[in-house]
Design a protein around this ligand. Structure first.
Ligand code: HEM
Length: 452
C-alpha cells in the first residue's frame, strides 16, 4: 500500500483551494466518490486529510477522542469565540462543560417550552395570510430571541435582535472558504478584516448590554454560594446566572465569561435557524410529507408543550432527514496530537483532518438513494441497517453538541406553533448553498404564508 493517501491534484500555490472555495460541497462529494475513506487534500500550508468512513468518525470522536484536538485554523475564529466551550482545549474544556451542563439538563430544557412557544407565537403574529416572509431571516431572529431568553435569562427587543443579525453577516463572510485568505494576514487592513472587527465589537457590545441589564437588579443572580441563597430559594440555572456565580467565586475571568456568552449566542441560534429553514424548504417541495407533519401536530390539544413534542415522531424523522441532507455543520475538524495510523496511512501530528457530515450523509455507501428526501428512512428498522456514525449532525462523543436536546425541542415547538396557523410555500430559486462556519442558503428564502 502507498504511504500517502490518494487525493486530487492541485494547482501551484493555491493547491485545491480554488475548487474547495468555489463549491466545497461538490468538491467534498467528488473526493469521497473518487478516493473513498481517506483523501489527501491540498488546502493550505498544513497537511490536510478528509476521512469519510463512519468507522473513523467513531474513532476520532468517541473511542480515541483524547488523541485529537480541535485545530487552530484561523486566528479570526479565536477573536470571535476565544476559549469558549466550542473551541477550548481539553484542560479548560472539562471544567467548562461541567459548569455549563446544568443549564442544559433535560428537565430544565423541557421547562423552556413556554418561552419557546411564546416567542414563536410573537413572531407569527407579525405575518399576514397571503404575504411573504424570508424564512431564514425570520427563523434567525426568532432563534436569537429564544437563545437569549433560555440561556441568558434576558429578553431583548426587536432592535437588538436586528443588531445581532446584521452583524452576523460580515462575520459569516469572513469564514467563507477562500483560496487566498491563507496568504493574507489577519492584521492586514482589508475591507473584509475591518468589517469583521467592527461586527465582533458590535456583538460584544450587545453582550455588554445584556450583562449590564442583569447587574444591580433584584434579579441579579450573582451569589457566592452555589448551593442556594441565604433564604433557601433555588438559584436561577440559566447559563448566564451559572457563569456569573462562577465569576464571583473567582473561577471565571471576564474574558472567559465573554467567550462563553459569544459562543452560546452564535452556536445556539444559527444552527437551529438553518435546520428550520431547510426543513421548511423540503416540506414545501414535498407536500405529502408536509400533510403528514400537519396531521401529527393537529392532534395536539391546545398550546404545544415539551410533553407534546415527545409524541411528534414523524416530525422527529423529518428533522433528522433535513439535517442529513443539509447538515448546518457540514464538516468537523480535528488534529492528531501525535502521529496516527488510519486505514494503513500515517497521518502526522499537527495535520488537519476533516470529518465531512455533508459527504458522509449523502454517500451511497451508507444510504439508499441518498439524494432523495425520505423521512421514513429514520424508522427504527432502517436505522439499524446503517453504521451508527454515518449520521452525526451534532457531532459525537464527549464533545458532542451540548445544545442538541434544546434545539430539537425548539425546532419541534416552532414547527408546531407555525403549523397550527400557516403552511409555507417556497417562492425562491432552486436553493444554492454557501459554506462558512455553517452551511447557509446563498440567497434569501422567500415563502408565501398560506392560512391552513
Ligand atoms: C440544529 C442545531 C445544532 C446543530 C446542528 C449543532 C451542531 C453541533 C456540532 C456538530 C457540534 C460538535 C462540534 C465539534 O465536535 O467540533 C456542536 C457542538 C456544540 N454546540 Fe451545537 N448544534 C446545534 C445547536 C446548538 C445549540 C442550541 C447550542 C447552545 C444552546 C449549541 C452549542 C454548542 C456548543 C457549546 C458546542 C461545543 C460542545 C463541547 O465541545 O463541549 N449547539 N454543535
Amino acid at each position: 500500500m502507498s504511504t500517502t493517501p490518494p487525493g486530487p491534484n492541485g494547482i501551484p500555490v493555491l493547491g485545491n483551494g480554488r475548487k474547495f472555495a468555489s463549491d466545497p460541497f461538490q468538491f467534498m462529494t467528488a473526493c469521497e466518490d473518487a478516493y473513498g475513506d481517506v483523501v489527501r487534500l491540498d488546502l493550505g500550508p498544513r497537511q490536510t486529510y478528509m476521512l469519510t468512513n463512519p468507522r473513523d468518525v467513531e474513532r476520532l470522536l468517541v473511542s480515541e477522542w483524547a488523541k485529537f484536538r480541535k485545530p487552530d485554523l484561523d486566528s479570526a475564529m479565536d477573536d470571535l469565540l476565544g476559549d469558549g466551550l466550542l473551541l477550548s482545549d481539553r484542560d479548560t474544556w472539562e471544567g467548562q462543560r461541567e459548569l455549563a451542563n446544568p443549564a442544559f439538563h433535560a428537565r430544565r430544557v423541557a421547562g423552556l417550552d413556554d418561552v419557546m412557544v411564546d416567542h414563536a407565537t410573537d413572531a407569527v403574529d407579525d405575518w399576514t395570510a397571503g404575504g411573504q416572509v424570508d424564512i431564514h431571516l425570520q427563523m434567525a431572529r426568532l432563534t436569537v430571541r429564544i437563545i437569549v431568553s433560555a440561556m441568558f435569562g434576558s429578553d431583548i427587543d426587536a432592535a437588538t435582535v436586528r443588531r445581532v443579525q446584521e452583524n452576523l453577516e460580515p462575520v459569516g463572510q469572513r469564514f467563507e472558504p477562500s483560496p487566498v485568505r491563507a496568504i493574507i494576514p489577519d492584521w492586514a487592513p482589508t475591507a473584509e478584516n475591518r468589517q469583521f472587527d467592527a461586527a465582533v465589537a458590535e456583538l460584544e457590545s450587545v453582550l455588554d448590554d445584556i450583562l449590564a441589564d442583569r447587574r444591580g437588579t433584584a434579579a441579579d443572580p450573582s451569589h457566592p454560594d452555589p448551593a442556594g441563597d441565604a433564604t433557601g430559594q433555588e438559584l436561577p440555572m440559566d447559563l448566564l446566572s451559572i457563569l456569573l456565580r462562577a465569576r464571583d467565586r473567582g473561577e471565571q475571568t471576564d474574558r472567559q465569561l465573554r467567550d462563553e456568552l459569544m459562543t452560546i449566542l452564535l452556536a445556539g441560534h444559527d444552527t437551529t435557524a438553518l435546520t428550520l429553514t431547510y426543513t421548511y424548504y423540503l416540506l414545501s417541495k414535498h407536500p405529502e410529507v408536509r400533510d403528514r407533519v400537519h396531521a401529527e401536530i393537529d392532534a395536539i390539544d391546545g398550546t404545544p408543550t415539551a410533553a407534546d413534542a415527545q409524541q411528534l415522531d414523524y416530525l422527529d424523522n423529518v428533522l433528522s432527514e433535513a439535517m442529513r441532507l443539509y447538515p448546518p455543520v457540514y464538516t468537523l475538524f480535528r488534529e492528531p496530537k501525535t502521529d496516527v495510523r488510519i486505514a494503513g496511512y500515517r497521518i502526522p501530528s499537527g495535520s488537519v483532518i476533516l470529518l465531512p457530515q455533508w459527504a458522509i450523509h449523502r454517500s451511497s455507501r451508507w444510504y439508499d438513494d441518498p439524494e432523495q428526501f425520505d423521512p421514513d428512512r429514520w424508522s427504527a428498522e432502517r436505522r439499524r441497517s446503517r453504521p451508527r456514525f454515518s449520521y452525526f449532525p451534532f457531532g459525537a462523543g464527549p464533545r458532542h453538541c451540548i445544545g442538541k436536546q434544546l434545539s430539537l425541542l425548539e425546532a419541534k415547538l416552532i414547527v408546531a406553533t407555525v403549523g397550527s396557523q400557516y403552511e409555507l410555500d417556497y417562492e425562491g430559486p432552486e436553493m444554492d448553498l454557501r459554506g462558512s462556519i455553517t452551511m447557509h442558503p446563498d440567497h434569501p428564502m422567500p415563502m408565501r404564508v398560506e392560512p391552513r
